[in-house]
Design a protein around this ligand. Structure first.
Ligand SMILES: CC(C)(COP(=O)(O)OP(=O)(O)OC[C@H]1O[C@@H](n2cnc3c(N)ncnc32)[C@H](O)[C@@H]1OP(=O)(O)O)[C@@H](O)C(=O)NCCC(=O)NCCS
Length: 187
């Protein structure tokens, strides 16, 4: 993984998944101020300098085979509308966990379920992982739908699992394992 170039993917809605680059730093810093991203992803405040450093760390984490993070953007555009990635990549243990968000401009066209499917196929078929997780606050209905539509089985509820601005939230644990059926998103 780390020695290969990070692959790019095209979604059915026309958006593409590509690595983040230094020019995206302002969008990343601004995204952390989006109320929904703040509420559900809890990224904290990010200065432009810190955003540049974070993008640099993502590149390093790809090389270290620890994470794979993509920008979601119009082809050729320098302004991403979202992020999807796998963190906690454990090549030996065969598992990883999704993280994702979209800015308002990228929402409402089914992009994230499609993106989760594309990355899942790459992670399970090409990278050879065995199990992928999605966790989200039980109050985040849109994220729950994304997980369901991408064929991630709801395995249970983790009590008081994540501290949000308004207190501790229970979290759903969804997962897909090698051999699970692939959903047809109708595209
Ligand atoms: C969650 C998120 C990625 C989904 O974005 P998206 O791909 O544009 O989602 P869509 O608008 O296509 O909706 C996906 C499904 O959720 C449903 N949905 C969307 N918003 C919803 C809401 N507020 N309440 C209930 N359901 C909702 C849609 O109806 C759709 O289901 P359907 O296909 O059965 O109709 C996006 O809303 C987002 O980034 N939100 C803010 C941050 C966040 O929640 N991050 C995830 C942290 S785990």
């Amino acid at each position: 993984m780390g020695r290969a170039e990070q692959p790019a993917f095209r979604l059915a809605c026309g958006l593409e998944l590509r690595p983040w680059c230094a020019e995206d730093a302002q969008v990343l810093a601004d995204a952390c101020r989006d109320p929904d991203v703040q509420r559900w992803n809890r990224p904290g405040e990010l200065s432009l300098e810190a955003a540049r450093a974070r993008i640099g760390r993502w590149e390093k984490r790809w090389q270290d085979e620890a994470a794979a993070i993509w920008a979601i953007a119009e082809p050729g555009a320098t302004s991403p509308v979202g992020l999807i990635g796998l963190s906690d990549v454990d090549l030996g243990g065969g598992s990883a966990e999704f993280l994702y968000w979209l800015l308002p401009g990228g929402r409402g066209r089914g992009a994230m379920a499609d993106a989760v499917l594309r990355i899942s196929r790459w992670a399970l078929d090409d990278l050879g992982l065995h199990r992928l997780r999605i966790t989200h606050s039980v109050a985040n209905t849109a994220s729950c739908r994304v997980a369901e539509k991408a064929g991630f089985t709801l395995e249970g509820t983790m009590r008081s699992a994540l501290l949000h601005h308004d207190g501790w939230h229970d979290e759903h644990l969804h997962a897909r394992v090698q051999g699970d059926d692939w959903p047809d998103l109708g595209r």
